[in-house]
Write a protein that binds this ligand. Structure first.
Ligand code: DGT
Ligand code: CA
Ligand code: CA
Length: 574
């Protein structure tokens, strides 16, 4: 398997962490952290440099020792120093570093003074009040650690939707191929397209002689079988994800699908309506007394309680039942409604494809236009463009557009919104572009008032078109920054600009609830891939999922417009 720079980065980061826990010399630790950063930013694979026989010590911050390590990792896939450190320290100690608030220094103290080696031991030490007495900790820190451990425990059981999809789709294909199996569907939060998924709930219909249960529990990704009966089984995959499988009768398929799709609160609300009608709804069907009156399809379940079909993404008991009763359910946007994508990167900043690569990939997906929005200069780690580089890219796009057929590239930029709300490139430069995507990439910790003001000021800018990933959160990695989103939405309305729903599975913001607000305020949302390679366009489906959870219709989405109509909408007049 070829070693990538990202692999070396991970190894160097772990070495630095372990050295720090060991109490090594700070210069040595810093050298590994620096090297990790340099490799992460390197536009070329170190492997290629080594294969070519290039002198690695010519890279900034890489001395003979580090060059030797890189060589070793690239050629063997291992690093003997890391292996030695791992033997010297307890195996679970790096887990402790994942607890927010615990860096290598604190882990070192916890390990050396309290012999804390695992998250469980940390939890107990905090509960017993043993941590507060450590030098540099105190009672407040101990409380914070306790909370963080509890949050970590409940959080680590969830998976990002895109991650869950990898396992779900493989498992679905596996089940579908078993003799006698008819329908296979993944229900639960996965079907509702929640941004994270706790476990997978799979429903199957099969002929009576099918060996689906035996085959399921023998799936080669299974780490543990919790239970296995005639019609239901629960397993744990090696990746740590639980999967519940149920085999249901064809006549109950709709009722079971409805029940196991949830959400629980939606189901409860539906059951309440059924009770008012003298009916009973469960996973086997809809019953009047002992008589089954519906249940073979989901539509039949809803029909029996006097409702139209409600799409899974809306089933959260957030007004969908009332809307359905009143005939006001939205006609949710679909992937095929998208005509373009307004946020994508190329090799010119931190992407991996050329302009042409990206254009052709977007076209292959059936898109009619693609905005190229590389980073601006302030974002140095992403090799942001300065005015001259941007001008050159614009020339190239103009040239390419005369050659391309069936897809149009739009000239754009993902410009940094600086702390005072000004934009990272001069007006004259922005004026040449078709659109300006503004984004916050720094100072995430400003106060709510300041952060909100910063974004409002950016929107006041005459060339500002679209606010990228408006909350700044990274799922399970970084909390959203603190802003008054409703004010931002209203300001966008006033200024004639738009908000993005970023389809990257780690972002998926706007959040669903903010999509609803944007729709109510009449602000169009752009569902963008933020593609950094040709593969990333596939993420648009997750953006669509989040948009549907946010009740958006085709007409609420900016990039469902054909190019001519879009051009009018992104031309700022205010
Ligand atoms: P998750 O797995 O935490 O991401 O969320 P879900 O929604 O997939 O929840 P899960 O796996 O516990 O259960 C799957 C579905 O089964 C859930 O959405 C609704 C249904 N369900 C589970 N427990 C109950 C219950 O006690 N009452 C009702 N009405 N439905 C339930
Ligand atoms: Ca589930
Ligand atoms: Ca479940």
């Amino acid at each position: 398997m070829p070693v990538h720079n990202a692999d070396i980065t991970v190894i160097f980061e772990e070495i630095a962490d372990l050295l720090e826990i060991e109490g090594a010399n700070t210069f040595r630790i810093r050298a590994y952290r620096n090297a990790a950063r340099i490799l992460g930013d390197l536009p070329q694979e170190a492997r290629v440099l080594v294969e070519r026989g290039d002198d690695l010590t010519r890279l900034p911050g890489i001395g003979a020792d580090l060059a030797g390590k890189i060589d070793e990792i690239v050629t063997t896939g291992h690093c003997s120093l890391l292996e030695r450190l791992r033997r010297e320290l307890p195996p679970a100690i790096t887990e402790l570093l994942k607890i927010p608030g615990l860096g290598p220094k604190r882990v070192k103290a916890l390990y050396h003074d309290l012999d804390v080696q695992t998250v469980e031991q940390l939890h107990r030490a905090a509960q017993d009040g043993r941590i507060r007495s450590l030098h540099g900790f105190g009672e407040k820190t101990e409380q914070n650690i306790l909370q963080a451990v509890q949050a970590h425990a409940s959080q680590s059981r969830r998976f990002k939707l895109a991650t869950a999809a990898q396992y779900a789709e493989a498992l679905r294909a596996f089940l579908q191929a078993i003799p006698g199996v008819q329908q296979v569907i993944v229900a639960g939060s996965f079907r509702r397209m929640r941004e994270t998924v706790g476990d997978l709930d799979i429903l199957v219909t099969a002929t009576p002689d099918s060996k689906v249960m035996q085959r399921f529990t023998a799936y080669d990704e299974v780490a543990e079988v919790f239970s296995a009966g005639e019609t239901r089984a629960s397993i744990l995959l090696k990746c740590g994800m639980q999967v519940d499988l149920r085999v249901v009768a064809q006549q109950s398929y709709g009722a079971a699908l409805h029940y196991f799709t949830g959400s629980k609160s939606h189901n409860i609300a539906v059951r309440r309506i059924a009770q008012q009608l003298g009916l009973k709804v469960n996973e086997y069907g809809v019953f009047r007394g002992a008589q089954r009156i519906a249940g073979d399809s989901e539509e039949s379940v809803y029909r029996a309680v006097g409702l139209p079909y409600i799409p899974p993404e809306l089933r959260e008991d957030r007004g969908e039942i009332e809307a359905a009763r009143a005939g006001r359910l939205p006609q949710l946007v679909e992937l095929t409604d998208l005509r373009g994508d307004l946020h994508a990167h190329t090799k010119s900043s931190d992407g991996h494809g050329s302009l042409r690569d990206m254009a052709l990939a977007a076209k292959a997906l059936g898109l009619e236009y693609l905005a190229i929005t590389d980073h601006s200069r302030h974002l140095t780690i992403a090799h942001g463009l300065d005015p001259l580089q941007l001008a050159r890219q614009c020339d190239e796009i103009d040239r390419l557009n005369t050659q391309l057929d069936g897809i149009t590239l739009l000239k754009g930029i993902e410009v940094d919104i600086l702390e005072d709300g000004s934009l990272d490139l001069p007006d004259g430069v922005l004026a040449r572009l078709d659109l300006v995507v503004g984004a916050v990439h720094s100072r995430f910790n400003l106060s709510r008032a300041k952060q909100t003001e910063r974004i409002l000021r950016a929107m006041d800018h005459p060339h500002f078109t679209l606010l990228a990933h408006p909350s700044g959160r990274l799922i399970e990695k970084r909390e959203p920054y603190d802003v008054d989103m409703l004010r931002i939405i209203r300001h966008a309305k006033q200024r004639g600009c738009y908000l993005e729903l970023n389809a990257n599975p780690e972002r998926l913001d706007l959040l669903d609830s903010h999509c609803q607000s944007a729709r109510e305020e009449g602000v169009l949302v752009s569902i963008d891939s933020d593609a950094h390679s040709t593969f990333d366009f596939a993420n648009l489906r997750y953006g669509i999922g989040q948009a549907r959870r946010g009740w958006l219709e085709k007409s609420d989405v900016l990039n469902t417009r054909p190019l001519a109509a879009l051009r009018k909408l992104i031309k700022r007049t205010m």
